[in-house]
Design a protein around this ligand. Structure first.
Ligand code: PMT
Length: 397
């Protein structure tokens, strides 16, 4: 069930005749659900035009490191952060050598240096260049840095030689890319994740809510699924597609989310509360729309909602229970207080006073707090961060 749904794949294209296959690769990655952005080196543009790659990917193609216009749109650091995985296909012998040396003299090598995302290479070159001790030594160094090679295949080459050095076919590369997300770390586990906001009705047309988009929770669901878990999302109202192979239960209010969470506990191994649950709800819900005629002010009495994650942590048998902490100051201090007060196994703290991360952003940065200590995961896409969080939690479990 390897899939690239909701995955952001940055495709680097370097100079080699196999660059013509990169056009089809964009399509095959999209078939598996990926959003694709493309970086082309100067040499790649000798073989295939940026216009082709732009038309296929549906996104502008990035070619220059020092281009003020491009940097104003999505600069090299944003691209590096955007990627869930960087696939260089074809990867020429020259590009591989420059990657080994940590070069940063063009956009692609610079993004390779700047990204925290996994890097995969699909080498393509003449068979003698592939066999050369220099190329083999370079590849050994890259493997030591956890950079993965897909292929190459053996066969007849554009230059007339026969041997290893052909780039793998596009559909095989797309499936190998999807396979990189399947970790098996939570194989056999059942994971329940709350996501999104809740809505607390005031009257039939008004409600109290918050800015949660559900992106963090849905990214966690996809990452847990990729780790082999059976995943249920208990979702407040949000406008996101359900990650493939995940079960989704839609709720509106905190009390509905509370009931759905308790109902989902049978067989649940891990419960992750990423939802932004309203702490309070109106004490009464007006049956008819409240009229403003004759009112200069209005007071709504609020009563406390049940604490869902605390109830889960107090249940018997109890799943491994993880809460989030959305804080605007003293983030770690308040998050540790929640760990203790709600009797959680871990709390994931994020600073929601920042507009570039947290609520409704595509990025986040968190600190994982347990009884034993704290670990900070730096700013990355929610999708990348979710994979790091799931890998971390899997170790704790
Ligand atoms: O949805 P996004 O736009 O991607 O944004 C992600 C996020 C900022 C919403 C997410 O990363 C996050 O921080 N979620 C928790 C938000 C929150 O309500 O935090 P809190 O500190 O108020 O609550 C602490 C914990 O108790 C949370 O796990 C919360 O789900 C849980 N809780 C709170 C109240 C309640 N009545 N029941 C609960 O289970």
């Amino acid at each position: 069930m390897s899939s690239l749904t909701n995955k952001q794949i940055l495709l680097g294209v370097t100079g080699g005749i196999a660059a013509y296959k990169s056009a089809e690769l964009v399509r095959r990655l999209q078939d598996l659900g990926a959003e694709v952005r493309v970086i082309m080196t100067a040499a790649a543009q000798q073989f295939i035009t940026p216009l082709t790659m732009q038309a296929l990917s549906g996104n502008p193609v990035h070619t220059q490191l020092l281009d003020p216009e491009a940097e104003a749109g999505m600069g090299h650091i944003e691209l590096a952060r955007w990627a869930d995985l960087l696939l260089v296909a074809p990867a020429s012998a020259d590009f591989i050598a420059r990657l080994v040396n940590g070069a940063g003299d063009d956009l692609l090598t610079t993004v390779c240096l700047a990204t925290a995302a996994p890097i995969c290479l699909a080498p393509a070159m003449n068979q003698a260049m592939w066999k050369s001790p220099a190329t083999q030594a370079n590849l050994a160094q890259l493997t030591g840095r956890n950079i993965v090679c897909f292929g190459p295949a053996e066969g007849s080459q554009a230059c007339g030689d026969v041997g290893p050095g052909r780039m793998l076919e596009a559909s095989e590369l797309a499936h190998l890319t999807a396979g990189r997300f399947a970790t098996g770390l939570l194989a056999g586990k059942s994971v329940v994740i709350t996501a999104g906001p809740t809505r607390e009705a005031i009257d039939p047309v008004r409600y109290i809510s918050n800015h949660s988009s559900g992106k963090m929770g849905y990214a966690l669901a996809a990452a847990a699924r990729d780790a082999g878990a059976k995943v249920t999302i208990i979702s407040g109202p949000c406008n996101l597609a359900t990650p493939e192979h995940c079960t989704r239960i839609d709720v509106e209010s905190a009390r509905e989310m509370h009931q759905a969470s308790l109902d989902a506990l049978a067989g649940c191994d891990v419960f992750i509360a990423s939802a932004a649950v309203a702490d309070y709800r109106p004490a009464t819900v007006a049956e008819q729309k409240i009229k403003k005629t004759g009112r200069d002010s209005m007071t709504i009495e609020l009563v406390k909602n049940p604490d869902i994650v605390a109830a889960v942590a107090a249940s018997e048998p109890r799943p491994f229970t993880v809460g989030f902490a959305a804080e605007t100051s003293d983030v770690v201090h308040y998050a540790r207080d929640k760990l203790v007060r709600k009797k959680l196994d871990a709390v994931i703290a994020n600073d929601v006073s920042r507009t570039d991360i947290g609520f409704n952003s595509d990025q986040n940065a968190v600190t994982i707090i347990t009884a034993d200590g704290e670990t900070t995961l730096p700013q990355a896409s929610k999708s990348q961060l979710a994979r790091e969080l799931i890998a971390y939690l899997a170790k704790l479990i």
